[in-house]
Design a protein around this ligand. Structure first.
Ligand SMILES: [Zn+2]
Length: 651
């Protein structure tokens, strides 16, 4: 009897009372609010009154008042949330490092268990194809993310990101079609991320605190989502987990934004879990938990077996017993200072009453008496600091994967996308395992200046960004990304000489940065320094085995220096990577014509004319090729076509 009563209780708790008898799987919605500080939530004690809808939701759910993000960066944190593994295991340290196929992944696991799966994301940062999150669409039947860099004058909300309203309407439209089946939906709202510019009426309501306005806007969108789910009778029976991927520093410790430090403003996050079942009393648990715990909790709650690679803990036992596990710790790290600035990475452990930060100069705070992390005890409590350092290292060793992390070598296009989203692109390939070199806390002014320069460039104000970046390199000559940004700003203002100087400095500091060689080579070719261009582009080709662009640019230099055999070889390599490329096809056809090999030229010129039917040059070279073969009729026809197209283009 006892066992049976227990089972009934469990099914009431975890399987959902509103479900039809015999149904096994509850619907699942994971909601991630980007850049959302825990201390802005009413249900976590905020008195700002920004979150009435979230507070009501929290009142029917389990609130974790001490939940921590494992990484203060969007893609890395989402990799942890959706895989239940630590950054040192999934290795998605920075965008756009791909999500490895070897790691467990929520949509893959749930689809295998019979779920329909869909993702609705709010930013190019989480776009799988051509954005910051390659591989994140694995296992999703629908991955709704279609973003691009804004054209001049284009609104960021129709290019780089979407307002929460639009993300949620798209998700609801999909849910409408799939409500009869078990579904797993991931909804991501990007709004609170910089720049802080909430739509009306929130902009007018919070003129002096636009970040708060964004939070209030997101809350209103969440209210609409929950209402719509209620109308569809999907609210009660659905497992809903809501969290922030990380918080936001609004000047604490000098940091503006997120990614550089591991203090509470960016690491302490809201986490609310609504179990399936009719509305219940809210419950607050102050056990320290991690975002890595979300996926195992989801799988446990809907009765899907957890892959053994998952590293987080299911929170269900904690929820059902309410028993506090005082011994739980929370691990966090950031590779951003190393990857994007060449400084030391940081790691932290929140354990017992302490926050320990592993840095070139380690830090220790007593969080029970020093909530703002202002009194560093590391030098006065040496033994504790050392013990926690050893614990952290042991934890990392235990949880690390042996798989090699991919290197983040960004194309100029990818770097521009990241800059547009306010991030400094990764340029350094140094040792991410070692806490060494410059301490990020000594570099906060440089970090903030880079963030300012980025924001100016994103608004097209390149001339104003230049002095900011010059000030950065005057202070610290080793910040590769500053030279990269400077080169971009100079190029945009038409100052090629200074752009070249900045690129030279960039590749001198980071000789492995193949895209730096590519940009420098291209620019040297434009100013007709073909010898210099050849050297740089040869380095680019060697470092970029997948780049058709680098091969095309080098082939062009070979043509212009009359090294025709090398040009043929390089253009062929480019076409192997990108078979229908107009430029490479045209170039190869042109070279063959000039090598008196018209028969070889013709197929490539036909590909080129097929790709761009309005271009005259393929036909011009085809006329030459047919002429050389003695086919006067075709030569005449192609020449006439070329003349006609040229005339059309001139009109
Ligand atoms: Zn984020």
């Amino acid at each position: 009897m006892r066992v049976r009563a227990c089972l009934l209780l469990l099914s009431g708790l975890f399987s959902g009372m509103s479900l039809a008898f015999g149904a096994t799987h509850n619907n699942i919605i994971i909601i991630t609010l980007d850049t959302t500080r825990a201390d802005r939530m009413g249900f976590l004690g905020s008195t700002r009154k920004l979150t009435p809808n979230l507070d009501a939701f929290a009142g029917q759910s389990v609130v974790f008042s001490r939940a921590y993000s494992q990484v203060p960066l969007t893609t890395s944190s989402h990799a942890t949330i959706l895989s239940g593994t630590y950054p040192q295991y999934h290795n998605v340290f920075q965008p756009p490092l791909p999500l490895p196929a070897r790691i467990p992944y929520a949509p893959v696991i749930l689809r295998r268990a019979g779920y329909h799966t869909a993702a609705f994301v709010g930013s190019m940062m989480l776009q799988a194809e051509g954005g910051g999150a390659p591989g994140f669409n694995r296992g999703f039947e629908v991955y709704d993310a279609d973003f691009h860099n804004p054209m001049p004058g284009e609104n960021r909300y129709s290019s780089l990101e979407r307002r929460g309203d639009e993300v949620v309407s798209r998700a609801l439209a999909w849910i409408e079609k799939h409500s009869a089946t078990p579904f797993f939906v991931w909804i991501h709202l990007f709004d609170p991320h910089a720049p802080y510019d909430p739509p009306e009426p929130f902009a007018s309501r919070y003129p002096a605190a636009p970040y708060d306005g964004e939070i209030a806007y997101v809350d209103s969108v969440m209210g609409k989502l929950f209402d719509a789910l209620r109308v569809k009778k999907l609210y009660d029976g659905t497992f809903i987990a809501l969290m922030a991927d990380h918080g936001e520093s609004l000047g604490e410790h000098g940091e503006r934004g997120h990614g550089l430090f591991l203090y509470d403003p960016t690491i302490h996050v809201p986490l609310v879990i609504k179990l399936p079942g009719t509305a219940r009393e809210g419950k607050e648990l102050d056990t320290r938990v991690e975002l890595a715990d979300v996926l195992p909790t989801v799988l446990d709650a809907v009765g899907v077996v957890k892959p053994k690679e998952i590293q987080g803990r299911s929170l269900l036992p904690l929820i059902s017993t309410g028993k506090d596990s005082a011994g739980w710790s929370a691990y966090s790290e950031t590779d951003y200072p190393r990857g994007s600035f060449g400084w030391s990475p940081l790691r932290s452990m929140r354990t017992g009453k302490y926050l320990f930060i592993e840095a070139p100069r380690p830090e220790l705070y007593d969080q029970t008496t020093d909530a703002n992390e202002e009194r560093d005890l590391a030098s006065s409590s040496v033994a504790i600091t050392q013990t926690l350092g050893a614990q952290l290292d042991a934890f990392r060793d235990k949880t690390r994967s042996e798989a090699n992390a991919a290197a983040a070598d960004l194309s100029p296009d990818q770097a521009a996308k990241l800059r547009a989203l306010g991030y400094v692109a990764a340029t350094n390939s140094g040792d991410r395992e070692k806490v060494q070199g410059a301490d990020p806390k000594d570099k906060i002014q440089i970090f903030d200046a880079m963030i300012d320069a980025n924001s100016l460039m994103e608004q097209g104000r390149y001339a104003e960004a230049i002095p900011k970046l010059q000030a950065v390199v005057a202070k610290d000559q080793s910040v590769v990304s500053a030279y990269q940004a400077l080169a971009h700003a100079y190029e945009k203002t038409g100052d090629r000489e200074n752009a070249i100087a900045a690129l030279r400095k960039e590749v001198e500091l980071a000789p492995d940065l193949a895209w730096g060689h590519f940009e420098l080579g291209k620019m040297l070719a434009e100013k007709k320094d073909l010898k210099g261009a050849q050297g740089e582009l040869e380095l680019a080709v060697a470092g970029l085995p997948q780049s058709a662009d680098a091969r095309y640019e080098l082939a062009k230099v070979y043509v212009n220096t009359l090294q025709l055999d090398s040009a043929v070889k390089m253009a062929k390599e480019a076409l192997k990577l990108d078979p229908k490329n107009y430029d490479s096809s045209l170039l190869l056809g042109f070279v063959y014509v000039n090598q008196n090999n018209p028969a070889a030229a013709i197929p490539h010129l036909k590909v080129a004319s097929g790709e761009r039917p309005n271009a005259s040059r393929p036909h011009e070279y085809l006329a030459q090729a047919y002429g050389a073969l003695g086919n006067k009729a075709l030569a005449k026809k192609e020449q006439a076509l070329a003349d006609e197209l040229k005339q059309k283009a001139a009109q």
